[in-house]
Write a protein that binds this ligand. Structure first.
Ligand code: IMP
Length: 430
């Protein structure tokens, strides 16, 4: 039995979907633990593209239970749409789907206030506008609506009314439109109808996962977003509103840290970021465009072009520390093919000191100067399936990155398809 957490080591979009999909072959149960429909995991299976937002990417494997943990914020309508789309493609027909009864619900007013804030306030975060932040705000403000409230019409009504009483003046103040009574009635009716459809899946997710672990099953936890977007440890305030680091898996799902056997961080061979916030290794102009096109770096949820730059090892080391990563999966190595040289940030200089981790304070990041190492590039990696088939320059690059990150590689990916993967270690091995 092994319990493995897969976590993004950068600002999200590291290719977690593909890695989770691969690891699911060895897992019995897959658990998504944070965020909501702000995530978009792109999978390519036999050339066909599939994007999951809420349901764990392991859904492509029949008969494997998929769990949505209590720490998630779930838009019931998005979830139903996703279930319908997956089932239309012949997926999620035999999988047991478990939706945590204590997960919080995203309602249209969360999206509305987020949109108004993003449009009208200075220093917008550049969120995905899926209502994630406002739903987590309501949760910690102890006025949130939970999945279990979708089965209690009176309670739902009271909660919605109490939330709107607080939010409407803010929306008005920011120049937004408050909902009409008819709109609110419709929102409640939609939420109740969605609750009815979701009811068969809703249960005590913590109990479900803990029982699987106790029964000796392999359990895979799938993180969303990435380390540097963590609410506590990321580049605050340019972060998401949940715990994206490995500890979030325990917190969100209601399992103890003693149950975790291994943590694998996912990093691309370069870096990207969507939305605002610091990104010291960012490239601009033609160099960024080339990387964006080669890597298809456009948001899976919002379609926004992703900001692109060189791999940031001090940021990766921060991720290794924060999540206690045992190893890394390196993705999109093929995207760098054709470049005459590949750069990597190996340290930062700040106030005459060399830092081996990215500082997280925005002012420090602004003043810190990245130190780059440069490596010779490589030609196409098409058709490469084994470590020994990699060009010598590529192997040297990967070895150097692993050495500087301080943990071994478990997997190296050279293309979007399942077959374009070199598995170097088994995360589920005892
Ligand atoms: P939110 O999660 O929608 O509140 O957005 C907060 C920040 O996190 C924004 O910069 C988003 O672009 C970023 N973000 C949220 N989810 C993802 C993701 O899955 N991949 C990459 N960036 C994300």
């Amino acid at each position: 039995m092994s319990v493995v957490i897969v976590v993004g080591a950068q600002w999200g979009d590291e290719g977690k979907g593909k890695v989770v999909d691969l690891y699911t072959e060895r897992a019995d149960t897959i658990v998504r633990y944070g965020g909501g429909a702000n995530a978009g995991h792109t999978l390519v299976i036999k050339g066909q593209k599939l994007i999951t937002r809420l349901v764990p990417s392991g859904v492509c494997h029949p008969n494997k239970p998929c769990v949505l943990g209590d720490g998630m914020v779930i838009d019931p309508r998005s979830l139903l749409e996703e279930i319908d789309q997956l089932q239309a493609r012949g997926l999620l027909l035999n999988n047991e789907l478990v939706v945590g009864q204590d997960a919080h619900v995203i309602l249209p007013y969360h999206k509305r206030i987020e949109g108004v804030r993003e449009d009208r306030t200075a220093g917008a975060i550049g969120t995905t506008r899926r209502g994630i932040g406002p739903a987590y705000e309501a949760k910690v403000g102890r006025r949130g609506v939970r999945i279990r409230d979708l089965f209690r019409p009176e309670r739902l009504r009271e909660l919605v009314a109490a939330n709107l009483e607080e939010l409407n003046p803010v929306v008005r103040h920011l120049g937004g439109e408050v909902p009409t009574d008819a709109e609110v009635e419709q929102w409640i009716a939609d939420a109740l109808a969605a609750g009815e459809r979701l009811k068969p899946f809703v249960r005590d997710a913590s109990r479900f996962v803990v029982d699987k672990i106790a029964a000796g099953k392999h359990v895979l936890f799938e993180g969303a977003q990435g380390t540097l977007l963590d609410i506590d440890h990321g580049t605050y305030p340019y972060v998401t509103s949940s715990s994206t680091i490995a500890a979030g898996a325990c917190q969100s799902t209601g399992i103890g840290p003693s149950k975790i056997d291994r943590v694998i961080g996912i990093t691309k061979a370069y870096a990207t970021r969507v939305g605002g916030g610091p990104f010291p290794t960012e490239l601009h102009g033609d160099a960024a465009d080339a990387l964006r096109q080669a890597g298809g770096e456009f948001g899976a949820v919002t379609g926004r072009p992703r900001r692109c730059g060189w791999l940031d090892l001090p940021a990766l080391r921060l991720g290794v520390r924060l999540s206690g990563m045992d190893g890394l999966a390196l993705t999109k190595l093929d995207v760098l093919a054709g470049l005459p040289e590949v750069a990597v940030c190996v340290a930062y200089k700040l106030d005459g000191h060399e830092l081996d981790e990215l500082p997280t304070d925005l002012d420090d990041i602004a003043r810190a100067e990245p130190v780059f190492a440069r490596y010779p590039g490589w030609a196409s990696l098409a058709g490469v399936r084994a470590w020994d088939d990699l060009p010598a320059t590529t192997r040297a690059y990967v070895e150097q990155v692993g050495k500087l990150a301080g943990v071994p590689f478990y997997l190296v990916s050279v293309g979007p398809d399942r077959e374009e993967t070199m598995v170097l270690r088994d995360p589920f091995a005892a």
